[in-house]
Design a protein around this ligand. Structure first.
Ligand SMILES: *[C@@H]1O[C@H](CO)[C@@H](O)[C@H](O)[C@H]1NC(C)=O
Ligand SMILES: *[C@@H]1O[C@H](CO)[C@@H](O)[C@H](O)[C@H]1NC(C)=O
Length: 240
């Protein structure tokens, strides 16, 4: 028992030491270039998941249910797999000197979502109804993120950082391909009309439907990142 305990302690401290060195290079908070480079280098590694630390993968990201309750359109996405977050690059990163908030822009080249859907309502001007398999392939996205951060003391007496909340401003920059199987119970004319409309009017359609999906994704990613941050004391990546 005791031997096992010592063993896990050694494994835990080695893993933590190695990770804090390799994932977030230490920076002074006011050194914006250093912080941006450190975050950009760490993002793909944190988002791909770290099973030893209980950090689930964020790319692919799996969401059992996404619910969009919009005034004119209700949609549910089930068992959705989202690919693309680990290719997003962070720019315009600004951290408040006391580490209580952070602003940054995520520049994402492409997202691919696939799963099952259930939709009913109006897509701007066209009625839309159906359920089945769906796939969405976006082009470039620009996502403005504002987050409050929190510093707290762990049971080991060290301080840790976590992300408290976030606000997003999402903008599609290039066309999106919409593919919803079995719209209108498979009536081809009606389904073709909706697809044509959505593919041609992607900026307006994205603007209408995107927020519930991006918030659901960011919620899960934030939980994953916070799990990671819980394993790295602030002093391991903050110089001052
Ligand atoms: C959407 O509306 C349904 C039915 O009114 C409600 O049960 C559900 O909690 C709402 N979901 C969200 C994410 O607001
Ligand atoms: C989602 O996946 C689960 C587990 O595979 C399955 O039981 C469920 O029916 C799926 N949901 C939909 C709407 O297909």
């Amino acid at each position: 028992m005791f031997r096992e305990w010592i063993f896990s302690l050694i494994v835990a401290s080695c893993t933590k030491g190695a990770l804090s060195n390799s994932l977030l290079a230490p920076c002074k908070i006011e050194d914006e270039d250093c912080v941006r480079n450190s975050v950009n280098a760490a993002i793909p590694k944190i988002l791909q998941g770290i099973p030893e630390l209980g950090v689930e993968t964020s790319d692919p990201l799996f969401l059992e249910k996404i619910e969009g309750n919009l005034s004119i359109l209700k949609y549910k996405f089930y068992n959705t797999t989202i690919i693309g977050y680990k290719d997003c690059a962070v720019t315009n990163l600004k951290t408040s000197p006391d580490l209580s908030s952070v602003h940054y822009v995520l520049n994402c080249p492409k997202f691919k979502l696939s799963g099952q859907y259930d939709i009913s309502g109006r897509l701007i001007i066209l009625p839309v109804e159906g359920n089945g398999d769906y796939e969405l392939v976006t082009g470039k996205y620009k996502i403005d993120v504002d987050s409050d951060l929190k510093i707290h003391t762990g049971s080991d007496g060290k301080t840790y950082l976590s992300i408290k909340n976030f606000k997003l401003k999402c903008k599609a920059l290039t066309p999106i391909l919409f593919d919803f199987k079995n719209l209108f119970n498979g009536q081809k004319d009606l389904s073709d009309a909706v697809h044509k409309f959505a593919n041609e009017n992607w900026p307006e359609v994205a603007e209408l439907v995107q927020d519930p999906t991006f918030y659901a994704c960011m919620n899960k990613i934030t939980r994953n990142v916070n799990k990671y941050l819980k394993t790295v004391p602030l002093d391991d990546f903050k110089l001052n």
